[in-house]
Design a protein around this ligand. Structure first.
Ligand code: FES
Length: 138
């Protein structure tokens, strides 16, 4: 998997579908077995363009098990998108943090630490680099 554009498009489709999209994501991840057990990216893989990651938010690459955030303009971070509580795929990112849909854990978008449980450990960081407007796995 070297081209992430279909993944971004799929996520965008889910966001556009609102509650129905969220329900589909939940159904797809209800067992936690569809999410990768670890982030799936090789060094140099283009994960997203910087313009696809909103300031104060982020994008979730569910198929790769990676969430990319941009807490402040030009500052990007990436973490595992698998909740450390019971392995649900995280659902969205906003100014409050990165949210897990299953039991409501929230993780800090800057460092992946737990903001609200029940998760007790933070999200593992995924190394990234930013080059020419793209976010790549490091
Ligand atoms: S699986 Fe994420 S809060 Fe329980």
């Amino acid at each position: 998997m070297t081209d992430s554009r279909p993944l971004i498009s799929r996520r965008t489709t889910f966001k556009g579908m609102g509650a129905l999209g969220a329900a589909l994501v939940l159904a797809a991840c209800s067992g936690g077995d569809d999410a990768p057990s670890a982030p799936e990216a090789e060094s140099g893989d283009v994960l997203a363009s910087t313009s696809e990651v909103p300031v104060g938010g982020g994008v979730i690459l569910a198929d790769r098990g990676i969430v990319i955030t941009q807490p402040t303009e030009g500052e990007f971070a990436a973490f595992s998108a698998v909740c450390t509580h019971q392995r649900a795929t995280l659902s969205d990112v906003d100014a409050d943090g990165i949210h897990c849909p299953r039991h409501g854990s929230v993780f800090d978008a800057t460092d992946g630490s737990v903001v609200n449980g029940p998760a007790s450990s933070g999200l593992p960081e995924v190394a990234i680099t930013v080059e020419d407007g793209n976010i790549l796995a490091a």
